[in-house]
Write a protein that binds this ligand. Structure first.
Ligand code: PLP
Length: 287
């Protein structure tokens, strides 16, 4: 069980953990967040996640609540207190607490910070990866700064629910040009008809997934042809394979899109290999 949360400087039982009703994260979604996968109790891909957190908060003009080094200590201590080895760590930093007013509060308002830990059943995840999952497509309706990891996730939550209601695990947003942008909580990939690995470039309005970035490296080192180029839902259906990436899903094969099979309708060898290679990388980089 993961029962301890870190809230504004204190470790508290989750049942007693509360934030102020005028926290700007609560009232305006005025907060950034980050999620690390945990392997053996260690934070994977630390550099990528810390760099993105700093960038997200920088773009939002929310100060980092503490140094990277201090934050690492607090994150690890929260993990230790929860006795979680395989799981996820969630960190949220809001602009703090202030009387409700859209514009920013006084500059000395301290950011509010919450950390929680959850357990992941790796065996169940591997079983799911061996089977593959379904996705649905949905029109892109998010704001223009999806590169910032903020808690303003209502369109993502609505899209995810749409998927859940038909037994799919992810929704792929499709933009006005008819191109897949990304998933509600993951990046989208295909192995196209020519055998090239394709995922959308980050000039598009998508989150710069840390798993995505590491996997691009891993794939290149494995000698695969990689293209950062968008694809249409039809190209996904015509592809040899498809998969999603994220701290939660790692590399997860997609076998059905809108009820239609992708490739053979079964997980393919490229995704299976990349999943194994990514997990190796994640374990090797974990701190
Ligand atoms: N895209 C979105 C919208 C996400 O919410 C996430 C993760 O939560 C990702 C992509 C994958 O990012 P990462 O690999 O850094 O977990």
């Amino acid at each position: 069980m993961s029962r301890i949360a870190y809230v504004n400087g204190r470790f508290v039982a989750k049942t007693d953990a509360v934030v102020h009703i005028e926290d700007r994260g609560y009232q305006f979604a005025d907060a950034g967040y980050e999620v690390w996968a945990l392997f053996g109790g260690k934070l994977s891909d630390p550099e990528g996640h810390f760099a993105r957190l700093e960038r997200s908060l920088g773009e939002l003009r929310i100060p980092m609540p503490m140094s990277r080094k201090a934050l690492t200590v607090v994150l690890k201590e929260t993990v230790r207190r929860n006795r979680v080895s395989e799981g996820l760590v969630y960190l949220q930093v809001s602009r703090g607490v202030a009387p409700r007013d859209h514009a920013f509060p006084a500059a000395d308002t301290p950011p509010a910070i919450v950390i929680t830990v959850s357990r992941v059943d790796r065996e169940a995840s591997e079983a799911r990866a061996r089977k593959g999952v379904a996705v649905v497509t949905t029109p892109e309706n998010r704001w223009g700064r999806c590169d910032i990891k903020t808690v303003g996730l209502l369109p993502n939550a609505m899209a995810k629910q749409k998927a859940r209601e038909v037994g799919a695990v992810e929704a792929w947003f499709v933009d006005d040009l008819g191109l897949v942008t990304e998933g509600a909580s993951s990046n989208a990939w295909i192995v196209d008809r020519d055998g090239a690995l394709r995922t959308r470039d980050t000039n598009a309005n998508i989150l710069r997934g840390v798993t995505r970035l590491s996997l691009l490296d891993v794939a290149r080192q494995a000698g695969l042809k990689v293209e950062e180029r968008p694809f249409t839902p039809q190209e996904a259906l015509d592809a040899q394979e498809a998969f999603i990436t994220g701290a939660g899903t790692l590399v997860l094969p997609v076998v059905l899109m809108d009820g239609k099979p992708i490739g053979s309708g079964k997980p393919g060898p490229v995704a299976a290999r990349l999943r194994a290679l990514y997990i190796e990388h994640a374990k090797a980089t974990a701190v």
